[in-house]
Design a protein around this ligand. Structure first.
Ligand SMILES: Nc1ncnc2c1ncn2[C@@H]1O[C@H](COP(=O)(O)OP(=O)(O)OP(=O)(O)O)[C@@H](O)[C@H]1O
Length: 278
């Protein structure tokens, strides 16, 4: 379990006269082991700051973060970082290393032999559904979706218990994004990894999260619950608005067609999908 206990992060102002920025203030929540918890909320509410505090890329100004009860401030930051997977929006692959070398980085740093790292590369490529012969390519020779898969493979290569994902699928097209989302759910189910996932895309949050934490400014928690909790029992108007639950925003209705299909139409009468007959 990851626990945030009264965590505050203040960044210094950029110039001597500029005020400091309170990115998150007195934030407390827990992330259950073996689940996907999504941090959602609009731009600047502190999602990335919270995520990066888990592997000490960002140091809290106040408060405590524990992993399985242990205060991470007492741990060696380099070892901590190597024990936690991290995937960011643009994969962040090392451009002059091949896919195999990129995936091998953390296992090698953690003491794997070349042979062990090679085995890990094969296993990870299979896990993220990339062909084995992609191992020798360079990042510039990959599509955006393939690069993100390699980013996920690299983050999981040493089978970390915790995976941090910062808008990892934000830059790929909707079809590839849906594919990556399904695959992530499969992988998480197989490996039981504890995932903290940042997105500002509510459909993505609802699709992936066992738990969703919806944040307002300074990391203020507006609701923490399951996707069903948020949709069925939004805590307040902010949650309703963010999820587009107000009737004027998102009143869906059904329309039956002559050939027996049932279309789902949005508030403007545009089709958004169809109901499958059970
Ligand atoms: N290194 C920094 N120095 C100064 N201010 C920062 C720094 N990093 C973030 N901030 C500020 O802290 C606040 C929270 O930023 P953060 O990146 O955590 O939000 P976010 O919810 O992840 O945003 P986005 O969805 O746009 O990525 C913002 O006001 C941001 O400008």
């Amino acid at each position: 379990m990851i626990s945030f206990e009264s965590v505050t992060k203040t960044y210094p102002g950029s110039r001597r006269t500029a005020p400091e920025v309170v990115a998150v203030e007195d934030v407390s929540f827990e992330v259950d082991t073996g689940t996907i918890t999504v941090l959602a909320g609009s731009s600047g509410c502190g999602k990335t700051t919270l995520l990066r505090m888990v592997n000490r890329m960002v140091t809290p100004t106040a408060g405590t973060i524990r992993v399985d009860g242990e205060d991470i401030a007492a741990l060696n930051p380099v070892q901590l970082r190597r024990s936690i997977g991290y995937v960011m929006q643009h994969a962040g692959l090392l451009p002059h290393k091949t896919v195999a070398e990129n995936i091998s980085v953390v296992p090698r740093l953690n003491g794997a032999t070349k042979a062990q790292a090679k085995t890990a590369v094969g296993k990870m490529l299979e896990l993220v559904a990339l062909p084995q012969d992609m191992a020798d390519r360079y990042p510039a020779e990959l599509s955006g979706g393939q690069a993100q898969r390699v980013g996920v493979a690299r983050a999981l290569a040493d089978e970390p218990k915790i995976l941090l994902m910062d808008e990892p699928f934000g830059a790929v097209d909707p079809l590839v994004r849906a594919d990556l989302q399904h695959q992530l759910l499969d992988i998480q189910c197989q490996l039981g990894t504890t995932i903290l996932f940042v997105t500002h895309d509510m459909p993505e949050a609802l699709r992936l999260g066992h738990h969703i934490i919806l944040l307002a400014e300074r990391g203020r928690i507006m609701q923490h619950g399951s996707p069903i909790d948020l949709v069925a029992q939004p805590a307040n108007a902010f949650v309703e608005d963010f999820l587009g639950l107000r009737a004027t925003q998102n009143a869906l209705h059904l329309q039956h067609t002559d050939d027996g299909a049932t279309l789902v139409l949005d508030a403007h009468g545009r089709p958004t999908g169809f109901l499958e007959s059970s």
